[in-house]
Each structure stands twice: as structure tokens, then as C-alpha cells.
Design a protein around this ligand. Structure first.
Ligand code: BES
Ligand code: MG
Ligand code: ZN
Length: 501
């Protein structure tokens, strides 16, 4: 998908769809009567007869070969301008893409100025069109067979944003450039996550990370099995015992340590498939567990975006990557393992594996003396049960950091909601023959998982944990996502880092 900005006075050829936004109880954008006088008359009649009111995502469309901008002109309702905010426009763009797909419209022209209003300025609108059109058009169809000689076509293919606001050109171009990079990152994360477990394992994810690092000119270090053994990363090694492919700690590094804003470490859970291990999961929905590397996918993709945007920061992305399986010499419930930071853990449930690999990676960040650590993981089913797909859980040891992440979530639509991390929960994970248990009993599972992680965060370091079990996968088509991986975290992290002080 390509988004370009053009001035209303430019010379242009005809598109397939021309889309105009309309606020309920508002006026038709004045540019419409200049550009498409015939359509403007029709729209006035339709509006006066109350056949189209401009309710959110309501559509009126007209096909006319003689129109100038496109043979089909679409009016889309945006609701009342007093209620209009970024979330409304995101859904409207999703709707526009759905219409373009239905009509097999390759080129879509948008009267951008008609989509600014309420809490959405022109530059927000340009950004949202760029981002959502590309996310909504995405599909993971590389394994679908195709008729020979029939190359696959995705619709829409290009979005042309038409604006009369010449003076804002530079700002809009910048916004389009930023959101193009972010969207590319989200799609990369989705591509990594949607790959099935028979293709995507630690060696494969390592290759993909290395490729990305080469393309984006960032550094990439991959700690393989022997290195992990030498470092005594007991968590990573224990979880991977049941796998037939070797584990990896993938480390991508952007920028230099000497930047004044300090180092930010991003840590993403990379379980390429989670069978549960000996504490095996039920068969129903187990296929979804290929998304148990959504955290790793988000972290790897974010590093690519940060490099594209040339942010003045030092960002290190760590993705501990394993397969939680029962094939080779799996962990037994009750096994006692020793972690990278020296603490011992009784593995009461081999399905609580994410925290074991994150623990080693979190402790390892100490090497980078980070100013902040963010980890992101499909960690607990309980988090999905609590928030459904509407919010990620956030917990941590630093209220200021948490507030920043929550704010970035409000801006991007990747919302987070905080849960408490009170010391009182610590009792639930105290070990019997060890320092810690890896599970905290039947209640408060999202919190006790985070309490466990906290034991491995380097001392005096700001840290926030995101549980994306509910938000990383769309069970059905959404305005901005096909069924499958959502790529949650990329937009959130990038916006956080764009505003990092
Ligand atoms: N990957 C799962 C978390 C998960 C479960 C995400 C269901 C989405 C849907 C994680 O490794 C896991 O299995 N967690 C266990 C922890 C329990 C054993 C304490 C869970 O949530 O059931
Ligand atoms: Mg598990
Ligand atoms: Zn898992």
C-alpha cells in the first residue's frame, strides 16, 4: 500500500473511488461542488430527503462514468463532529478499505480535508489514513494456492490524499512518512506471528531478525544454545528441553549507548509454539498458540521502525525464543531450575513457560544499564479473560513509566489498563524447596505472573510489563486487522519512543 499526498490543484488521472467525509448535521465540504458539481447536487438532495444523515460509517455512493475524480464517489458518515475523535476515523478508514476491497478498487482518492474536525486535525487524519489503510488491507495468504498465470491482486493498492491546505504540506508529508514506517512494522510483526509452528522456530526467527537488521542497518547478536549454557540461562534452556530445535536469545540494537536520553530495553516473549509441555494444553484452540511469540514479533518489528525513523535514542530489543513442546527431554512438573540471575525456581506447571524465558532476558538487560525496560508477552489466559481483546494488561514498578505507556496506548488505540503489583501477592509465588514457584495458584494469575517477572528485573530500574494475551490475536476480522495476529505493541512502542524524553 502506498499513500501519497496531492494538492487539490494538481493535475491527476482518474481514480477508482473518490471518498468524501460528512459530519452529521454538518455541511458538504465546499471542495465537492468545485470538483464534482453533479455529485454535489445529488448529495444535497439525498441529504435533504434524509436518506443519508452522516451517521458514523453510513455510506452513500454514486457510480457515474462522467465524474472527474473517479467513476464512483462515496460519501461516508463520520457522526457528529463534537463526538469525532481518532478512534472514529480509524473505524471509518477500515470501512473505506472494506468498500474498496468489495469493489476491487485499486486506486482510492480521499478528500482529506473533509475528514478533519472535532478532535482530529488534518495531520492526524493523514496519519490515520496512512496507517489504517495499510493495516486493514493486509492478509496473510502466502500459503494459499493460486491459479497459474493469475497474479494475486490486493485492493486497494494506493491511497491518494487530496488536500487544499498547501501550507500544511510539509507536516502532512512527515506524518505520512512516520505512519508508513509504523504500518510496515506492524505488518512485519503480523507476518512473523502468523507463520505456523512448523515453519517458525527459534532458528527461523533468528534468520528473519538478522535479515531485518541487515536491511535496516542495525546490529544483531544471537546467543545460541552453547552461549546460553555458558551464561547459565536456566529458564530459556529448561523450557526448550522439549523442543527439537535449539533456543535463541535474539538481540537487536539500534543507536549508541552515549545518547543522553538513556537506553531503553524492549523484551518480547518468543515462544514459537506453546503446547503447554507436560502440563499440556487442551486440544481446543491450541492452534492459536503459534501466536505465543507475539511479544518477540512486536519487539523485532519495533526495532526496524525505530531505525527507519532514525530516532535519537539507544534501543535494545531482546527476544528470548523457544518452543514449549514435549518432543525431546521435556521439563517435568516439580523440576527445580537455576535462572541466569542465580534464583532457583520450582516449575510446578510447564505451561507457565513465558515467565521463565522472560526472566532470563530481563536479568540480562542489566548489561545495558537501561533507563527503562518494557516487556511484552502473551503471558496469561487470565488477562484475556479479564480484558477480552479491548486492552492489554500493564503492571510495573514505576508509575511514571506506566503512565507514559498508557498515554501512548490512548493515542494509538492500543489501550492498556493497569493492574496492581502489591507485595502482598508475593506470598503466592514463594517456593517450597526453591526460591520461587513459577505459578501463583488459581487466583490473580496475571498479577502473580508479573510478580514473578519482577524478581528478575535489574535493581532500581524502571520496568513495565504488558500482557497482550487478549490483544495480540483477532478471532474475527476487525476494522484494522484480518483474523490472526494483530501486531499489537508496535504502534504503542513506536509512539512511546517518538515522544521519549
Ligand atoms: N501462552 C500462554 C498464555 C495464554 C493462554 C495466552 C491462553 C492466550 C490464551 C501461557 O504460556 C500460559 O500457558 N499461561 C498459563 C499460566 C498458568 C499455567 C499459570 C495460563 O494462562 O493458563
Ligand atoms: Mg504456556
Ligand atoms: Zn505461553
Amino acid at each position: 500500500m502506498k499513500t501519497v499526498l496531492s494538492s487539490i490543484s494538481s493535475k491527476r488521472s482518474k481514480a477508482d473511488l473518490f471518498v468524501v467525509g460528512y459530519f452529521e448535521k454538518g455541511k458538504l465540504a465546499k471542495e465537492v461542488s468545485q470538483l464534482e458539481p453533479e455529485f454535489a447536487k445529488q448529495a444535497a438532495a439525498v441529504l435533504s430527503q434524509g436518506r443519508f444523515e452522516g451517521k458514523h460509517n453510513q455510506i452513500f455512493s454514486n457510480f457515474n462514468e462522467n465524474s472527474h475524480e473517479a467513476s464512483e464517489i462515496v460519501l461516508i458518515g463520520l457522526g457528529q463532529s463534537k463526538n469525532y475523535e481518532p478512534a472514529c476515523l480509524r473505524k471509518a478508514v477500515g470501512k473505506i478499505v472494506a468498500v474498496a476491497k468489495e469493489r476491487k478498487a485499486a486506486g482510492v482518492r480521499i478528500l482529506l480535508d473533509s475528514f478533519a474536525g472535532g478532535k482530529v486535525n488534518l495531520s492526524d487524519a493523514a496519519g490515520i489514513f496512512t496507517e489504517i489503510s495499510s493495516l486493514a488491507a493486509y492478509d496473510f495468504d502466502k500459503y494459499k494456492s493460486r491459479k497459474e498465470g493469475k497474479p494475486k491482486k490486493n485492493y486497494p493498492q494506493a491511497i491518494d490524499l487530496l488536500s487544499a491546505q498547501k501550507s500544511q504540506g510539509k507536516t502532512l508529508e512527515k506524518q505520512i512518512q512516520i505512519e508508513t514506517a509504523i504500518a510496515e512494522g506492524v505488518l512485519l510483526a503480523r507476518d512473523l506471528i502468523n507463520e505456523p509452528g512448523n515453519i517458525m522456530n527459534a532458528p527461523e526467527l533468528s534468520r528473519r531478525a538478522r535479515d531485518l537488521a541487515q536491511r535496516k542497518k542495525i546490529s544483531c547478536k544471537i546467543l545460541g544454545e552453547s552461549e546460553l549454557k555458558r551464561l547459565k540461562m536456566g529458564g530459556l534452556l529448561a523450557v526448550n528441553q522439549g523442543a527439537t530445535t535449539p533456543p535463541a536469545l535474539i538481540i537487536l540494537e539500534y543507536g549508541s549507548r552515549f545518547k543522553s536520553k538513556g537506553t531503553v530495553c524492549l523484551v518480547g516473549k518468543g515462544v514459537t509454539f506453546d503446547t503447554g509441555g507436560i502440563s499440556i494444553k487442551p486440544a481446543k484452540d491450541m492452534e492459536k498458540m503459534k501466536y505465543d511469540m507475539s511479544g518477540a514479533g512486536a519487539v523485532i518489528a519495533t526495532l526496524g521502525v525505530v531505525a527507519d525513523l532514525k530516532l535519537p535514542l539507544h534501543v535494545v530489543g531482546l527476544a528470548p525464543t523457544v518452543e514449549n513442546n514435549v518432543a525431546a527431554n521435556p521439563q517435568r512438573p516439580g523440576d527445580i531450575i537455576r535462572m541466569y540471575n542465580g534464583k532457583s525456581v520450582e516449575v510446578l506447571n510447564t505451561d507457565a513457560e513465558g515467565r521463565l524465558i522472560l526472566a532470563d532476558a530481563l536479568a540480562y538487560t542489566a548489561l545495558y544499564k537501561p533507563r527503562a525496560i518494557l516487556d511484552i508477552a502473551t503471558l496469561t489466559g487470565m488477562c484475556a479473560a479479564t480484558f477480552s481483546d479491548k486492552a492489554s494488561g500493564i503492571l510495573g514498578n514505576d508509575e511514571r513509566l506506566i503512565a507514559k505507556v498508557i498515554k501512548a496506548g490512548e493515542q494509538t488505540g492500543e489501550r492498556c489498563w493497569q493492574l496492581p503489583l502489591w507485595e502482598a501477592y508475593g506470598d503466592q509465588i514463594k517456593g517450597h524447596h526453591s526460591d520461587l514457584y513459577n505459578i501463583g495458584g488459581a487466583y490473580g494469575g496475571t498479577i502473580t505472573a508479573a510478580m514473578f517477572l519482577k524478581e528478575f528485573v535489574p535493581e532500581k530500574t524502571a520496568w513495565a510489563h504488558l500482557d497482550i494475551a487478549g490483544t495480540a490475536w483477532a478471532d474475527s476480522v476487525r476494522y484494522d486487522s484480518a483474523k490472526g495476529a494483530t501486531g499489537v505493541g508496535v504502534r504503542l512502542f513506536t509512539h512511546l519512543l517518538l515522544n521519549w524524553k
